[in-house]
Structure formats: structure tokens, C-alpha cells
Design a protein around this ligand. Structure first.
Ligand code: ZN
Length: 175
């Protein structure tokens, strides 16, 4: 059975946007994230995180730094009874020719194959247009941008919905 998935960007959606965040001490969850994720789970969604981490390529932090923050973040989700099915990160930079760095759809497509995801029933929640572009290219039409991260050029966005934060997505995602 294909699964339906909520694909979450990390910085600006799960945690407050800080440039090149790589320390647990700097990681601050956005209000309502756990509540929203519990709600998605109650509707039968799996949750997968898709995140660009070019700070690794740029040498601002190491893969190990990233993994420590990730493990800590997953623990916090677990304490709140939320299961994150998987996390995909792109460690490359804008000048690399990888196929994973958003706005390219590589990480979404990898997730689709690995977890047999039904993209038509899945959602993307991001804070930048590149999240929407990547999701659309991977066959996800249901897209939400939240204003809790980067500033959004709302008149030029292809997002289906633009909301103040992930908390409001409970009113949009109802089945
Ligand atoms: Zn990449």
C-alpha cells in the first residue's frame, strides 16, 4: 500500500530560521510543530523531512555536527510521541551538480521510491519557493508555504496555500 506523506522542510518550518544552524543550543522549535505533527499522524500521514544543508559543503559545520542536531531533534519528536519516518539532507552547495539540492526534486524522488509514497495524496510544507518547485517537480501538487521562516514573495509564489505557520495547516489538511 502506498503511504501518504507530509514532507517538511526543516529550517523555518520545524525550527526558527537561523543561518547555518548547527548547534543544539541554537535550535528552537516553532510553536505548534508538535501539535501539528500529532494531528498529521492522526490522519494517517507519515512525516519525512527534506532539508538543504549547504553549510556542510561550505565548511561551516561538519556532517557529524549535522547528525548530532538531527539525533537530538528526533529525540524531541519522540518524546512528543511523533515518529519521523525519514530525513533526507543535501550536503552540497549551489555550485555543485548534484540532483538533490532543492529546487531539484532528487530528495523527494528518493523518498518516493524508498517508502512507496503516493505523491498525489502527499503534502509539502516549506518556507521558500524552492521547496514548492522541488515538490511540484516530484509530482506533489499540495503545497503550503509558511511565513515562519524566510520572507516569501507571495505574489510570485506557486504555493497552493500560504499560511502564518504550520499550526494553521490543520485547517487546510483535513483528510
Ligand atoms: Zn545535493
Amino acid at each position: 500500500m502506498p503511504i501518504k506523506t507530509i514532507f517538511l522542510d526543516r529550517d523555518g518550518v520545524i525550527n526558527k530560521e537561523i543561518n547555518y544552524l548547527h548547534k543544539i543550543d541554537d535550535f528552537e522549535f516553532i510553536n505548534g510543530i508538535f501539535d501539528a505533527c500529532l494531528y498529521f499522524q492522526s490522519l494517517g500521514y507519515e512525516i519525512i523531512i527534506i532539508t538543504n544543508q549547504s553549510g556542510i559543503f561550505r565548511g561551516y559545520y561538519t556532517l557529524s555536527d549535522y547528525q548530532k542536531v538531527t539525533q537530538w531533534m528526533l529525540d524531541q519528536f519522540k518524546y512528543n510521541n511523533i515518529n519521523i519516518l525519514d530525513i533526507f539532507h543535501c550536503p552540497h552547495g549551489p555550485n555543485n551538480t548534484c540532483d538533490c539540492r532543492k529546487p531539484k526534486p532528487g530528495m523527494f524522488l528518493k523518498a518516493k521510491v524508498k517508502h512507496n509514497t503516493d505523491m498525489e495524496k502527499s503534502w509539502l510544507i516549506g518556507d521558500q519557493e524552492l521547496d514548492v518547485i522541488a515538490a511540484n517537480a516530484a509530482g506533489i501538487e499540495n503545497t503550503i508555504l509558511v511565513r515562519s521562516g524566510h520572507r516569501i514573495d507571495e505574489s510570485n509564489s506557486n504555493a497552493r496555500f500560504i499560511l502564518d505557520s504550520i499550526q494553521q495547516s490543520k485547517q487546510i489538511i483535513t483528510t
